[in-house]
Design a binder for this molecule. Structure first.
Ligand SMILES: [Zn+2]
Ligand SMILES: [Zn+2]
Length: 326
């Protein structure tokens, strides 16, 4: 079995083009797939490959002067969990829509470790506000107990959410979190800079590191991820519900009508009844072959040793994954 790597580092990158060229050749040589975003503010990536390839990638990063000492999070998987390799240069490594020279990750609020976060939530001060910085479709299937959702579709809507809800954070101790920590670096700086909260903190390593230590802690449900697993079950709590019949479900499906490509929660019965389409309309379009029909599976279920070897090749393309990049 191989690995999926999740990583980021905010660091001054003078020449993103040169770094991108190096990343492209390194990943190609190692047979890695996935997505790397480079900007002058740093690097944000998720890659899949064999154990040997991902170990070698980490080794090469650790001897690079800019990218040493990255906290690489890992999960079981490999290169089949991404449709291909994409190395991109953008203005920000996670799109918040604010120039990185105006809002810097170096201004972020202090970290709390997963243990500290666990204690803070357990003690439950009346001034505590737990803020999920992720998007609504992620929060729908799993989040921290008593956390609040900004109800965003895209992360770039987050600053406006803060601006419009300052009273929620006035004189509060705000504990922020996201999937792996990258969004909270600048999001916590943004809230801190507003000067309304008594204290702002964010969980180091995000949900990923917290649930490693506290699988039965305060995070309930599944962790949405940006590879073919789609979600990673943390505990048996199911927060989401089928978009058709409202039966509890945290299982995302991509519409069989490839031109619709809607991602929706579905129970097993509705999934079969509508043939993996998001609606009766899409199901009919698929039946009458009036649209492009998805032929490959839209997700790879979290690998277990017995099924992993037969994991199918993924159809979801990078455009879908990038739209939602963490
Ligand atoms: Zn259903
Ligand atoms: Zn559809």
């Amino acid at each position: 079995m191989g690995k999926i790597l999740l990583f980021y580092k905010y660091v001054d990158v003078q020449d993103p083009e040169a770094v991108a060229a190096w990343q492209r050749s390194l990943c190609t040589e190692l047979g890695l797939s996935g997505r790397i975003i480079l900007a002058t503010e740093g690097i944000n990536g998720t890659l899949g490959g064999s154990d040997e390839a991902t170990d070698e990638y980490i080794k090469q990063m650790n001897v690079h002067q800019l990218f040493k000492n990255i906290d690489f999070k890992t999960a079981p998987g490999d290169e089949r969990f991404f449709p291909r390799l994409r190395v991109m240069i953008k203005k920000e490594i996670v799109i918040m829509g604010i120039d990185p020279t105006t809002l810097k990750a170096s201004d972020s609020a202090p970290y709390v470790t997963p243990e500290e976060a666990h204690e803070i939530i357990k003690n439950g001060s009346k001034d505590l506000v737990i803020l999920d910085t992720r998007n609504e479709y992620e929060i729908e299937i799993g989040t921290f107990e008593n956390s609040i959702s900004p109800k965003t579709r895209y992360f770039r809507e987050f600053p406006a959410y803060i601006d419009n809800n300052l009273e929620t954070f006035a004189d509060k101790e705000v504990l922020m979190f996201c999937t792996g920590g990258v969004r909270c670096e600048r999001a916590s700086a943004y809230l801190k800079n507003k000067g309304v909260a008594k204290k702002v903190m964010h969980i180091q390593g995000g949900i990923h590191r917290y649930v490693e230590q506290f699988p039965d802690g305060f995070f309930k449900g599944s962790n949405y991820v940006f590879d073919a697993r789609v979600s990673q079950k943390v505990n048996d709590v199911v927060l989401g519900s089928c978009s058709q019949c409202s039966t509890p479900s945290d299982y995302y499906v991509n519409c069989k009508n490839a031109e619709c490509n809607n991602q929706f929660l579905s129970c097993e019965t509705c999934k079969n009844q509508l043939q993996e389409s998001c609606s009766k309309e899409c199901s009919e379009l698929v039946d009458t072959q009036k649209v492009v029909i998805r032929t490959k599976p839209s997700r790879i279920d979290p690998p277990s040793p017995s099924t992993f070897a037969d994991a199918p090749v993924l159809w979801r393309d990078c455009a879908t994954l990038e739209k939602k990049s963490d």
